[in-house]
Design a protein around this ligand. Structure first.
Ligand code: C2E
Ligand code: CA
Ligand code: CA
Length: 427
């Protein structure tokens, strides 16, 4: 079966099929919604042919899985609907999903395609969950979302999972509104020279207070934004808000750079260079006063495409910082090619470096290595003067952490800056 032959039948045709099969098969029927991952991302990384190959593999697998009385159709870009006639008992539906997962593993073992199958399955059954075709599809979609979210492979609909999803969608709606109305705030955490202890810039860290749920951390709302396809808007917002607020910082006699965090998805976005360029010109900031922080693992994930974007940004003079260094699995050869200007040693090595000799050795070695490649070294998680002094002794360039300040709202950050420069003037 070729992908082209599994026409994209769509929602209405699926409802018709459901109705027809419901009549034939004593009313018991299970719908498995099978999601084949994210061809949009696959197309960006490997081209259209690779995405077509992936769908072909899924189609073949599902066809091999189905019995004669079952049916399979492609109902969306990367979503397939499998209808299992006469099956509705929970144990049987789970066995079916597990069988598909097993077949996926077999395909993985024999395939030499660069694109990996990564299926998620949502399960809902007649008459156990509902008698209405429309409702069955909705319930299978909810289960599918849970399977994707929890990376559990498959999930069956239940009122409990429905409630969890409803509150997540609710939060996503609120996040959309927060981005539109500009009610997400950027806080600024100083980056300070380890040599003369003067500020050299700040990292912008996003904060969100939901009207219904109170403060929500970036560890929750960034993934939420990613899943809802809001990352591009959020990144554009963060870059513009950071540059706008940095333009209001007082002159302390030396330029201050503002750093904005990027997700893997944002650096794969071909529009990022335009977004950055237009923000720099709107806010009249010199290019070198913007830094983009990118985690080491994001760079490893898709080096070819993201390196191309990063090279263009580096050519413009924008700083590129490798964030959380030491937590990913990059090979040393990656230092040869990476267009970075700065490296941030992950706080997990810095926090205990005075008591853990191994951490201290890592910090020392990374500083040496980064300098060999002309990268400015920033240590994150500096919580005490003793750690600061030890880092300065090792030749670390910049420090960031609670010892200086936590992330502060704009007004408090400005006060902190003024305070620092008056301290220097007195000294
Ligand atoms: P990150 O980029 O590694 O940011 C550093 C985190 O460490 C921040 O947490 C910061 O508050 C915390 N931190 C700073 N100094 C210290 C210290 O001395 N000790 C300890 N224990 N922690 C310290 P936060 O603000 O909760 O941010 C968490 C993560 O969320 C960030 O990690 C970043 O990956 C992400 N994030 C925050 N804002 C944005 C944003 O605007 N866009 C994107 N894409 N990601 C963001
Ligand atoms: Ca960061
Ligand atoms: Ca970090």
């Amino acid at each position: 079966m070729e992908t082209q032959r599994i026409n994209m039948t769509g929602h209405a045709a699926l409802l018709d099929d459901l109705q027809a099969m419901q009549k034939q098969s004593d009313g018991s029927l299970t719908l498995l919604l099978v999601d084949a991952g994210y061809p949009g991302k696959i197309i960006a990384q490997h081209g259209q042919q690779a995405a077509d190959d992936l769908l072909y593999q899924v189609a073949t697998l599902l066809k091999n899985f189905c019995r004669k009385k079952d049916s399979v159709s492609r109902i969306g870009d990367h979503t397939f609907a499998v209808l299992l006639a006469g099956v509705s008992k929970s144990g049987h539906t789970v066995l079916a999903a597990e069988k598909i997962m097993r077949m996926q593993r077999e395909v993985l073992e024999t395939s030499d395609s660069p694109v990996r199958l990564d299926l998620s399955i949502g399960i809902a059954s007649f008459p156990r969950h509902t008698k209405s075709p429309e409702d069955l599809v909705q319930k299978a979609r909810i289960a599918l979302e849970v399977a994707r979210d929890t990376k559990s492979g498959y999930a069956t609909y239940s009122p409990v999972v429905a409630a969890t999803m409803a509150s997540k969608w609710d939060l996503q709606q609120e996040l959309v509104a927060a981005i539109e109305t500009g009610s997400l705030e950027l806080y600024f955490q100083p980056k300070v020279s380890a040599v003369d202890r003067q500020p050299v810039g700040a990292e912008a860290l996003m904060r969100w207070t939901s009207l219904k749920h109170g403060p929500i951390g970036p560890d929750i709302f960034i993934p939420l934004a990613e899943q809802a396809g809001l990352m591009k808007d959020l990144t554009r917002y963060a870059i513009n808000a950071a540059l706008r607020q940095a333009s209001e910082w007082p002159d302390i006699g030396r330029p201050l750079a503002v750093a904005v965090n990027m997700t893997p998805e944002s650096i794969q976005d071909p529009d990022l260079v335009d977004i950055v360029n237009s923000a720099l010109s709107i806010w009249g900031a010199p290019n070198r006063e913007l830094v983009l922080e990118i985690t080491e693992s994001a760079l490893v994930e898709d080096s070819e495409n993201s390196f191309a974007t990063l090279y263009r940004l580096r050519e413009l003079g924008v700083g590129i910082s490798i964030d959380d260094f030491g937590t990913g699995y990059s090979s040393l050869s990656y230092f040869k090619d990476i267009p970075a200007s700065e490296l941030k040693i992950d706080q997990s090595f810095v926090l205990n470096m005075l008591t853990e000799e191994k951490d201290r050795n890592i910090v020392e070695t990374v500083i040496w290595l980064a300098h060999r490649f002309d990268l400015t070294v920033v240590a994150e998680g500096v919580e005490s003067v003793e750690i600061l002094e030890a880092l300065a002794g090792m030749g670390c360039d910049v420090a960031q952490g609670y010892y200086f300040a936590k992330a502060l709202p704009q007004e408090e950050f400005i006060e902190w800056l003024i305070d620092q420069s008056s301290k220097t003037a007195r000294a």
